[in-house]
Design a protein around this ligand. Sequence first.
Ligand SMILES: *[C@@H]1O[C@H](CO)[C@@H](O)[C@H](O)[C@H]1NC(C)=O
Ligand SMILES: *[C@@H]1O[C@H](CO)[C@@H](O)[C@H](O)[C@H]1NC(C)=O
Ligand SMILES: *[C@@H]1O[C@H](CO)[C@@H](O)[C@H](O)[C@H]1NC(C)=O
Ligand SMILES: *[C@@H]1O[C@H](CO)[C@@H](O)[C@H](O)[C@H]1NC(C)=O
Ligand SMILES: *[C@@H]1O[C@H](CO)[C@@H](O)[C@H](O)[C@H]1NC(C)=O
Ligand SMILES: *[C@@H]1O[C@H](CO)[C@@H](O)[C@H](O)[C@H]1NC(C)=O
Ligand SMILES: *[C@@H]1O[C@H](CO)[C@@H](O)[C@H](O)[C@H]1NC(C)=O
Ligand SMILES: *[C@@H]1O[C@H](CO)[C@@H](O)[C@H](O)[C@H]1NC(C)=O
Ligand SMILES: *[C@@H]1O[C@H](CO)[C@@H](O)[C@H](O)[C@H]1NC(C)=O
Ligand SMILES: *[C@@H]1O[C@H](CO)[C@@H](O)[C@H](O)[C@H]1NC(C)=O
Ligand SMILES: *[C@@H]1O[C@H](CO)[C@@H](O)[C@H](O)[C@H]1NC(C)=O
Length: 548
Amino acid sequence: MDTSRLLLLVYMVITTSECSETAEPECYDLDTNTRNLNEGDAFNFVHDYLDINVPDEEITWFNNNQTEITADENETVHYHGGSLFFLNLLPEDSGLYSARHNTSSGKCINYTLRVNVLKKFVYDPINNSDITKKVTCPNHIRRTCATLSGKVTWNKDNKTLHGQNEYTLWVDNANKTDEGIYTCVCTWTHNGKKYNTSGHRSLIVQGDKVAYHHLVIISPTDKEQSADEGVGIKLYCKVYCGINMKRDCNASWEANGVSVDRIKGYSQVVTPELSNKTIFTAVLTIKKVSAKDFAAKFKCLGIGSIETVHANLTLKRRESIIPLVTGGVCVLLLCVLAAVLIKCFAIDIALFFRPFLPKSSYKKDSRVYDAYVVYQTQSMDKVTEDSLCQFITKTLPSVLEEKCGYRLFIHGRDDIPGEDRLELVEDRMQQSRRLMVLLTPGSGPESKEETLTPTRDSLIGGFDWQVGLHHALLQREMSVILIQLGATGPQGYSQHPAGLQHLIEKSAPIRWPEGSPGAAASNSRFWKRVRYLMPARPARKHPPSAII
Ligand SMILES: *[C@@H]1O[C@H](CO)[C@@H](O)[C@H](O)[C@H]1NC(C)=O
Ligand SMILES: *[C@@H]1O[C@H](CO)[C@@H](O)[C@H](O)[C@H]1NC(C)=O
Ligand SMILES: *[C@@H]1O[C@H](CO)[C@@H](O)[C@H](O)[C@H]1NC(C)=O
Ligand SMILES: *[C@@H]1O[C@H](CO)[C@@H](O)[C@H](O)[C@H]1NC(C)=O
Ligand SMILES: *[C@@H]1O[C@H](CO)[C@@H](O)[C@H](O)[C@H]1NC(C)=O
Ligand SMILES: *[C@@H]1O[C@H](CO)[C@@H](O)[C@H](O)[C@H]1NC(C)=O
Ligand SMILES: *[C@@H]1O[C@H](CO)[C@@H](O)[C@H](O)[C@H]1NC(C)=O
Ligand SMILES: *[C@@H]1O[C@H](CO)[C@@H](O)[C@H](O)[C@H]1NC(C)=O
Ligand SMILES: *[C@@H]1O[C@H](CO)[C@@H](O)[C@H](O)[C@H]1NC(C)=O
Ligand SMILES: *[C@@H]1O[C@H](CO)[C@@H](O)[C@H](O)[C@H]1NC(C)=O
Ligand SMILES: *[C@@H]1O[C@H](CO)[C@@H](O)[C@H](O)[C@H]1NC(C)=O
């Protein structure tokens, strides 16, 4: 068109400069316009470059039979200035029409129009996947309507679409029922009569409902992904494109801005999901993750017809769980070790901290003896008697009394001759904080007769024992410390009185490791256990005179 206009200008310039007045001016041909029109319609044609208001005298129209067209407004085909009117198009009106224009400046221009009158001309169908379909009124109708101040209406399959008076018709959320022939009708008035010019457009709505959606990257969701060096990994790029968007959707991976298809060691497979929801997944397989992969910037691309979206991804080394496990095991071992140590050295720890404990944490009592020592004096062989004697007279006092400052009441050593034995035992027991029972092999009543006739001696099963047991078991004033001298014997503890057996069950006797090196030392295991059971603080504050 623009070239035509240019040529027209060039032509006008050339002819103006010519001086030949006699020669019939050459007529300049412009490009032919073509119009496909509907039978029965009216039509008004104005050539793009023709001024609609040229005087009728300057122009001559010829019809398809090269005969002149009249300017008589009563004729179905006539012209008026630059416009050519067809008031009722018939098939035989088809053909080439031309207009010869002798301009006032003496130029001649030849405008041509090809008219095709058809029963019903329908433009190429509107066939796209848009949700909202755009149906436009054909251009020549727009122009006619604009020139003649016509009014636009729309029909669909011969039914008027009310309220549609624009050149563009929008069909929202088109579905199959919206398919059909849409007709744009321009009604214009000429000499007081109404005429129609119409154009048909067909709309096709594709079978599957198609819905665009802003592309959404479903995966990766995080910017980082853990990976193990030297191990293969698959990266998933999932893109959602809408409903039934089988064509305009794709997913792909890039690494550092380069398609992974072109990078060695990488391979990519793209698969669409076979459901109405269109999801494309690009799976990038890295054969063996290496240092360069941890430095690479991966990009998951979602590619649609109108937009492209992306998500960035980098790989990071997976935190090894070995240090974690090692740490856990170490902590566990430490705990076990601590537990074992505490278990083994509970006594040492308790003894160690005893001096630091505040005084107020001890139960105040006014008793003057720390322990009342009971032992057997009868039915013993010589060896046992000797070792018992040694223990009572030397070992026990040397450690507990001399080294630890405890005050013991040892029968046979501390009883005052002549004092009432019954009263003495009762009184001393009450003045003692612990009952220390020395068990010797064969201690306890040997025979039934002896049990039946308990002596008033310091014999286990005898009076001392009875009083002690009474205090320990019934009144719960005294704790009992059981010390085993020598072997328990073949019968175990079964020969002991029931009360004693009950105490033995509750806490096992401490065995005196006679003869073992260091046993007599106050910090030996044996003495530590004994001291642990003894009161935390000796009762030595009370002067001996106060007792007696
Ligand atoms: C235009 O000019 C040609 C030749 O000069 C003449 O034959 C023709 O009748 C003229 N047409 C009009 C409309 O004046
Ligand atoms: C033009 O000529 C054809 C035959 O060539 C005829 O059928 C037609 O009616 C003619 N048209 C006009 C407007 O005279
Ligand atoms: C056109 O027709 C009308 C009547 O229909 C008549 O009055 C008028 O004179 C006619 N015009 C011409 C130019 O023949
Ligand atoms: C105008 O062009 C048409 C088609 O090219 C031709 O048939 C016709 O004779 C031309 N008219 C003039 C006056 O040159
Ligand atoms: C509409 O377009 C689709 C896809 O482009 C095509 O398969 C179908 O045949 C077209 N329909 C018509 C009637 O042209
Ligand atoms: C529209 O009406 C015309 C006649 O007025 C008829 O030939 C045509 O079949 C109709 N089209 C539809 C789709 O009904
Ligand atoms: C098509 O859309 C119209 C509204 O635009 C609705 O009434 C109709 O039920 C729809 N038909 C189908 C098959 O979805
Ligand atoms: C023009 O079209 C409208 C409907 O679009 C119709 O009602 C009217 O009869 C038509 N007029 C003519 C002259 O064909
Ligand atoms: C997928 O589309 C088909 C037809 O287009 C329909 O029958 C089917 O129910 C749809 N499925 C889902 C899950 O929307
Ligand atoms: C989708 O992307 C992959 C990877 O870039 C490419 O190989 C494939 O040709 C693309 N498919 C379409 C339909 O564009
Ligand atoms: C991805 O990284 C590029 C630079 O490498 C940056 O320009 C872009 O904004 C990032 N995109 C997102 C979604 O973070």
